[in-house]
Design a protein around this ligand. Sequence first.
Ligand SMILES: *Cc1c(COP(=O)(O)O)cnc(C)c1O
Length: 416
Amino acid sequence: MKHHERVPLIPIARGEGVWLYDFEGRRYLDGISSWWVNLFGHNNLRINRAISDQLGKFAHTMLAGCTHEPVIELSERLSALTGGKLGHCFYGSDGASAIEIALKMSFQYWRNCGHSGKDRYISLQNGYHGETIGALSVTDVRLFKDTYAPLLRPSEQMPTPDTRRAEPGESPRDFAFRCARSLAAWLEEHGDETAAFILEPLVQCAAGMAMYDAEYLRQARALCAQHQVHLIADEIAVGFGRTGTFFACEQAPVTPDFLCLSKGLTGGYLPLSVVLARPEIYQAFYDDDIAHGFLHSHSYTGNPLACRAALATLEIFGEDKVIESNQGKAKAMREATRAIAQHAKVKNFRQCGMICAFEVETDDPHFGEHFREQATAAELLLRPIGNTVYFMPPYVIDAAEIEVLASRTLKIIDST
Ligand SMILES: *Cc1c(COP(=O)(O)O)cnc(C)c1O
């Protein structure tokens, strides 16, 4: 609040593609997809049309005792994207609610199966899973967590395979194996008390775009199966093509027990989240005893407008062959950022699909704020995490816009 007395908020009047416009006609390239949600630009006609069409039918109905075409179609299409392995969908309204659903469902699965002692959760160091009480309990970001510590349930953090932490000369893959050995040791001792291991596959975004080798996912999948611990893949940020594949888990490849999706799910238009689960999990709740059911609901669960936005988003993935065409864009991003990667003040330049990130060496304790101000002046909407600057643009970004993003960022690095 105080910061904005000095640096005013950016009042957004409208958006078009990767650009946001204020009321004076100034524009800002949305280099972070409005916090990792937007996929196909602002004011996307195809998504607009789908929402308008649904609006002409009905905007919302409860999903208890009622159902509707958009939610059924979306569930079937999402399940098909997992090769049918995650055959059931449970909807929430935003990312954190999906995490709460997965955590509760995992615990109750074990309880319904007669293992009520499995009530602990493990997650990765520096992991981020949202900010409601349950999600914050498995999050490991001190700034968000410390104040509420007395309210939170303790959870255990496993060493992060974040490649920046590897020993000099140690390959990302070897480091992944080393971190997996710590996970194995923990599970060996505490597997029977543990319900689930939750992680962000391939990129821990809020940790500052910490990237790691897919080998860790393979190891984690095998170890969780061996110790009867659920693997919850939080793909809220990395799903929908951000890492180069539709789901990040495909790069291992692994199938988690629970897959949490939100953010890009509706193309960045409307709040919606979903937890996909394996059929065995569904079966454990399929019972005459109502107490064995999953008694969890949100009023706007499966909102039809949001589902139609999500269906339009999936439509675009198919029609425009987005995953394939993003390979060219990712390459263009790599080339356009070469001078940044080689800059004397830049460390750890890394890229995973449509995400680029690097650290800037600086003595400025307010680097993030100052960088942001200069970016705004240069028509870029960027928001560093600490001294980590990253790009996660909407996929509609073109070569010229990639160039604008990279060259203007380079100038800011030079001047800081
Ligand atoms: C953003 C995010 C969440 C929380 O989603 P909200 O919609 O902000 O509640 C959870 N997990 C990850 C990995 C995220 O990036």
